[in-house]
Design a protein. Structure first.
Length: 254
């Protein structure tokens, strides 16, 4: 196992932490968690993840009954993928992380770096596989981490809208997810949900998974053009699935 000094030096250089299990109780930096495979997380982090997952599963099923349609498209595909979705509330990522973890899929949330200002949020997100991205500029460190995670077979959960959207007209789509996927030659999977914008006790939430978009399906041949096409098509399909859900469940008012 690499020493703590070696791991910290690698982190400062922006490199991935050396392979091997992380320390159980101390000696790991945030970068160690961001750069290591989730399978190499210490047993303490895995125990925490199981507690969080099953507590959240029970709580959300009782308070906000939810279901995932076409769930087999999400849980039966074991490849590394970039999963994108519309963003309605803070419960959105919980439902997807819970579903994937229970199916044996390591799903890492790519979250906005502003959350790191809250110490407990940064600590928790790192232990459950998340890592930050700076939305104000091209964050190449986050891009490299994303590529490494995808190449290991882990999945990324990204919300291109960047923040919770309470009105469709306010949505602003941010790029970046397609570049992460392209560098790892990973597919992009669109997912959408309805019912979570204005949560009340016993509000129902419905999530629907779409078919992964493969790079070979794109018409563009040049790299930059492919990225632009994937960004357009990915969110177009997210919004199309959302509209299908709205027609199917008109009672889930937003």
């Amino acid at each position: 196992m690499a020493t703590e000094e070696t791991e910290s030096t690698a982190a400062k250089k922006g490199e991935a932490a050396p392979k091997g299990k992380l320390h159980a109780f101390a000696g790991n930096s945030y970068d160690d968690y961001y750069d290591s495979a989730m399978s190499d997380f210490p047993w303490t982090a895995r125990v925490l993840m199981n507690i969080v997952v099953y507590a959240c599963y029970a709580f959300t099923k009782i308070v906000w009954p939810w279901k995932i349609e076409n769930a087999e498209l999400l849980v039966n595909d074991k490849r590394g993928r970039v999963i994108i979705s519309n963003h309605e509330s803070m419960v959105d990522p919980v439902l997807l992380v819970v579903t994937c973890w229970r199916a044996g899929i390591h799903l890492r949330i790519v979250y906005k770096s502003e959350f790191d200002k809250v110490a407990i949020a940064r600590w928790l997100f790192s232990r459950v596989g998340g890592f930050p991205v700076n939305r104000g500029a091209t964050d190449m460190k986050a891009v490299r981490r994303a590529r490494a995670a995808l190449q290991r077979g882990e999945c990324l959960l990204i919300y291109p809208e960047g923040t919770r959207v309470k009105n469709d007209a306010d949505a602003q789509v941010h790029g970046g997810y397609a570049l992460m996927a392209q560098l790892a030659k990973a597919p992009v999977q669109p997912i959408a949900m309805v019912g979570a914008r204005f949560l009340k006790f016993r509000s129902r939430i419905v999530v629907r998974a779409g078919e992964p978009i493969e790079w070979s399906e794109l018409q563009s041949k040049k790299r930059k053009e492919q990225v632009a096409e994937m960004e357009r098509r990915g969110m177009d399909e997210v919004f199309a699935i959302r509209e299908e859900l709205r027609r199917a469940y008109p009672e889930l008012k937003e």
